[in-house]
Design a protein. Structure first.
Length: 166
């Protein structure tokens, strides 16, 4: 919805895959080589994470140190996905805006930090979502196919109305 309802983002998005001469339908490998597409996917998952529950984990019996704070064993620790994804200290004053450029522009170190936080969208370690790779493959393909140039802006308005009703 964020892509098709913003003409500037849609134009930049379409220009990237049109200039890349991708196949139809696009392959996953081709999609992974499109930086703006990848930025749109990450930004979409940041704006609306797939799971927003606390996803609490239990600290091991001996305890653990988290962010320089000792947490006793047996303590249940979770996080608020919306809080992390909308934190202005990490994402900037425009944290509530869909802005794919944040994943491309800026210092490499800052982008790497954002990438590490992005991993929380599918959890990490032994709790990582088993469907992560399939979900990303689907996202890589669907955005290009759905927003292909054959869809005109008048249709985008209709699509955005339909999407907003769900």
């Amino acid at each position: 919805m964020y892509i098709i309802t913003n003409p500037l983002i849609l134009a930049k998005f379409r220009a990237e895959y049109t200039n890349a001469s991708v196949s139809s339908p696009i392959t996953d490998a081709e999609a992974r080589r499109l930086p703006y597409l990848q930025a749109c996917i990450k930004e979409g998952l940041r704006m609306w994470p797939p799971v927003v529950g606390l996803m609490a984990k239990t600290v091991p019996p001996g305890g653990d140190t988290i962010c320089d704070t000792f947490v006793p064993g047996g303590t249940s620790v979770g996080y608020c996905a919306f809080g992390i994804w909308r934190d202005k200290k990490r994402w900037g004053e425009d944290a509530n805006m869909f802005r794919p450029e944040r994943w491309i522009e800026g210092e490499k170190k800052k982008i790497k930090e954002l990438e590490q936080v992005f991993e929380l969208a599918f959890a990490v370690g032994k709790w990582q979502c088993l469907g992560k790779n399939i979900a990303l493959l689907e996202l890589n393909k669907v955005f290009v196919e759905v927003s292909a140039p054959r869809i005109e802006m008048s249709e985008v308005n209709l699509i955005s109305i339909v999407v907003q009703t769900f």
